[in-house]
Design a protein around this ligand. Structure first.
Ligand SMILES: O=P(O)(O)OC[C@H]1O[C@H](OP(=O)(O)OP(=O)(O)O)[C@H](O)[C@@H]1O
Ligand SMILES: Nc1nc2[nH]cnc2c(=O)[nH]1
Ligand SMILES: [Mg+2]
Length: 165
């Protein structure tokens, strides 16, 4: 699959992630009550934990999907679907992921749980129509760096990053 041109980088700190996941919980509380959460691994696990804490949801399951090798998108692999969960067609359930980008992961999981409410912390324009609720939109050519993927190090001034394309 062609490599996406990610010209911009958007690092997210643990504090921002916590704040935004909590903001998502505020948006979701009045849309409930919720029977449970399906977290899309692995990225959905962190916001799902925060939302579960805020909404006092203890019924949590996973759908395990992998479609990127770092920034390179490949064919999505479903490692585990909803079998064994009691989510049924998803009615009254929340699906939580960290972000929607092209929307491919969302399409796959929506097919499994057509009546569930799909919520992400971040959304890019191509995936946005597939999400019911999200907090922050970033442009399609932005790569979001989550706190569990990064460490503190020197950063180039924006002007230098621009000059290097
Ligand atoms: O909208 P899409 O283009 O499908 O991209 C979004 C998906 O990509 C990332 O997961 P990834 O497959 O990298 O696995 P991970 O969550 O284990 O990092 C992210 O956590 C979303 O699940
Ligand atoms: N970390 C991360 N994973 C992704 N998967 C698809 N898009 C992204 C992104 O912008 N950041
Ligand atoms: Mg993911």
């Amino acid at each position: 699959m062609a490599e996406a041109p990610f010209n911009k980088h958007f690092p997210v700190s643990w504090e921002e992630m916590h704040r935004n996941a909590k903001a998502l919980a505020w948006r979701l509380i009045d849309k409930g009550p919720w029977k449970g959460i399906i977290a899309i691994t692995r990225g959905g696990l962190v916001p799902a934990a925060i939302i579960a804490r805020e909404l006092e949801i203890r019924m949590i399951d996973t759908v395990c999907v992998s479609s990127y090798d770092h920034q390179n998108q490949r064919e999505a692999m479903v490692l585990k679907g909803t079998e064994g969960s009691n989510a049924g067609d998803g009615e009254g359930w929340l699906i939580i992921d960290d972000l929607v980008d092209t929307g491919k992961t969302a399409v796959i999981v929506r097919k499994m749980l057509p009546k569930a409410h799909f919520a992400t912390v971040y959304a890019k324009p191509a995936g946005r129509p597939l999400v019911d609720t999200f907090i922050t939109e970033v442009s399609q050519d932005t790569w979001i760096h989550f706190p569990w993927d990064i460490e503190l190090q020197f950063s180039q001034p924006i002007a230098k990053q621009r000059n290097n394309g």
